[in-house]
Design a protein around this ligand. Sequence first.
Ligand code: SF4
Ligand code: FES
Length: 488
Amino acid sequence: MPKVLINGVEKDVPVGTLVLDACEQAGIAIPHYCYHPVLSPVATCRMCMVEIKGMPKLATSCTTTVGPAPKDNPEGIAMEIITNSKAVADARAGVMEFLLLNHPLDCPICDQAGECKLQDYSYEYGSGDSRMGEVKRRYRYEDLGGKIVIDKNRCIHCTRCIRFTQEISGTHELTVAQRGANLEVTTYSGKSMDANPWAGNVVDLCPVGALTSRDFRFNRRVWYLKNIPTISRHSALANPIWADVDQNKVWRFRPRPTEGKTAVYFISDEERSACHDYNLKPETRLMKPSMKRVETSIVAIRAALQQAGPTAVIAQGVFGCDAAQRLGDLASKSEWRFGIGTKSYAIQLPKLQTHTDGIYNRRGFTERGFRFSMLDELEQLVKDGSVKALVLLYDAPFSNAKETERLKALIAAAPFSLVLESVASEIGDAATAGLPITTYLEENDFVTTHTGELRRYQKALEPPKGVKTVPLWVKELAKASAPVPAAV
Ligand code: SF4
Ligand code: FES
């Protein structure tokens, strides 16, 4: 591995490493706009320039790679990089002044404020001065369909958004039009971004506030948001995402590219908008243990379950592994753990989506003894009276109508049934008893994806009083039974 000298400090990096990455690995942040790890390099912004000994001019670190060590000295230094010289500082200040020529000073009303690279780099590397005497160019903001809004005044022409539509989504809606001072990023005439089911990614990619989300803009200042690592329940591989929360509400989902893979840099619009599903209103969610939807106590449900007799458990493979483990403990026989769920996803972008099976923790449940596609066997066990009680872990969107009908028939046939869910469903309505459980954003747990990756998610929201996680309810249900209360 060749050695490079970065600001006088030696570092070993593989041949072909980008100078920008080599510096990052050495703990030296290089400011950049147009560079993105999974988009092709274009070196248009010039913000990442560094000095490289032997080169006549500053070089863009996003397109320069580390070469091999000198032939006559394999142990020698392959490249000497300087990032803290006056020449580099002057170049950065010059680029900042240039990029800000036409940029409005509208940070107080800009949605990007607080996570804007122009703000950050201006503060850190800018000169604080401008020689711009002319009137800045002005555009009105435009809707690029119903999902994305563009404010061209703020655009710095990094072309990240364009390269996304060319190289990742393949939809080609965005382009640069005009030349010179009139250069603008726009859609081909009349084209909106609505037909692109991954359009929201251009908002994340835009390093300034030029592209904003119709759904999120002006809703919350980003410095109020707490970023909680979680997963997407709306992708077959449980994509790692951030849940940005404030005031016990989730305001947006964003990709959490922690694994260096192209797929995890982007999420679909379906995954993005799913954040709204988890801000449950008190009137829509279950809050108390119930029997036939009449409020009761956990003591009564526990007694009824324990008196019912042999128990089988059923769960969709979209809950956490901890929940699966605890729920499985309720089954009277180890083979009486049944996995269900029918959700699947069409492959829209093969580069990003490699699996269609939306039951994203199928592997985690299987590893804990749950058997999928075995409802026939359970139906027989209920029919012949071997199984007297059913405990279901359920979330309606993950079963299709056919599976829901089969579950309803099973519940009707079993002497006792208990459904654990967050929001009332027809399955819960049909069951003997119900327990209100937390949503996945209200608990800590983990899943094992179809590719065997373990993905943890953290508690982002506080559940309402009385609503508990599956492990806590199972603990309550497993306690020794108290005498059944005389009246409920
Ligand atoms: S809109 Fe944003 S991402 Fe697109 S070119 Fe302009 S600054 Fe870059
Ligand atoms: S990041 Fe290197 S030129 Fe833009």
